[in-house]
Every structure is written in structure tokens, then in C-alpha cells.
Design a binder for this molecule. Sequence first.
Ligand SMILES: N[C@@H](CCC[C@H](N)C(=O)O)C(=O)O
Length: 257
Amino acid sequence: MQHTFYKYQGTGNDFVMIDNRQQTFDKNNTKQVAFLCDRRFGIGADGLILLENHLEHDFKMVYYNADGNESSMCGNGGRCLVAFAKQLGVISDKAVFEAIDGLHHATIEGDIVKLQMVDVNTVEKHENHVFLDTGSPHHVQFEENIEDFNIKSKGAEIRYGAPYNEAGSNVNFVKKQSDNEFRVRTYERGVEGETLSCGTGVTAVALAMHYIGETEKNHVTLNVEGGKLEVCFDVENNTYNNVWLIGPAKFVFKGTI
Ligand SMILES: N[C@@H](CCC[C@H](N)C(=O)O)C(=O)O
């Protein structure tokens, strides 16, 4: 069966988008999703996202990693999906949609999408890293030599090692640049390599940096391989709430496969 697809990217984290409001996409075909995401044999992307109907809200997001498996929340994917919903005429400048981690509110103005992320009430501070779940699991650790660091091999070692093992975690390497600006490179589970940006990852970095006292600001800039993202939040009774991920989401091309 042929599918019309739309390619989007958010700070270089790229996605194949499919309008599945008519339920025509075979959601259990892991091999097909992996093929569509393959950069040599398919379209090429870090993930594939289905936009589906929702009974009460604007739409539903179903997210698959490039390996073909459905996974946890994708922040950049969520932002791109809002832009896609606008292109399809499903929303105008605001959205409420359901994803695997719950309801998300979003706004879109030009190509800037602001996406509300889940509240975070548990942040684990370990000796050399911080672990937290911002819709997807994230290991956060400092790396001074971040530009010359082998993200793929070091990231894979942490992602497959204890305590994460097969279930895994995404791994973010961080260098502080000022009191509210951090350089971030991310190894993504399910892509099994470095991506140019990770939305739940930079959200995790911003909250982790605040939690361990590396920033006192509640509006943080994250410089990733594919550009710049902003994260702002409030803290109340040890819970990070009103967490927003802000940045560009852009349509690249459309095709049929
Ligand atoms: N790129 C994403 C994260 C996608 C989920 C991740 N690969 C996982 O399986 O945990 C983002 O922008 O958040």
C-alpha cells in the first residue's frame, strides 16, 4: 500500500509524518517503520509519527523510533506534529493532543512551536550523573571535552550498561556555557546513535542543571548540534511544572512511498 508522507525537522531531529486519521497505516509492522526511517533504503528519519483522531482533543500522537518500535515521548517530534497538524488544517495556532505520556498543550507562531512537557517530580542525583524522566528516560552527565567526544561509543556503553540494560536510557552529555546556557549532545535510544537534537533530552538537562544548582534560572538555552532550544519551567514543592520546550519545527518535503 502507498503512503503519502511529510518530512519535518526540529533543530535537526527529523521525522516522517503520516496522517493516519483514516487508520490506513499498519501500526504493528515494525519492519515497515524501520524501512521508512532508513536513510539509505527508505525516506530517512530519526523517527516516524502518526497523527490520529482523538475523541476529545485535537489529535493523538503515536511515536516510533527509527528502529521501528513504538516508544516513549518525543519532544521535538511533538513540536513537529503540531506544525504538521497546522499544515493539515487540524488546528490553527493552539493545540491540545494526547501522547503516550499524557495530554500536551502547544502553541505555534510562524515556525516556533512551544510544547508543554510533563511535570517532573523525581530527579535522581548520583555521583557522576543525574537521571530523570521527562516523558522519556534521560541520563545526564557533564563532559568538558564535549566537541571531540565519541558520543556514539560512550553513549552506547551507558545506554546498554547497568542500571539501564536492555530497556535503556537516552544519554545526554553537557557542558556549561554560562549561568543559563548549556551545550548538549545526545545519544538516543532507538536510533542507537547521536541525533542532532533531542527535545525530552534538553528538557531533562535544563531541569537537572537547576536541580543540582548549576543554574538558578528557570529559562534555559540549550545549544544542540542542530540549533538552539529553550526550556522554561516553574518549581513548586519539589515538582517541576509548567515545563515548556520552545524552538523551530519545519516542513522539509512531501512525497509518496
Ligand atoms: N528525539 C526525541 C526522543 C525520542 C524518544 C527516545 N528515542 C526514546 O526512545 O526514549 C525527543 O525529541 O524527545
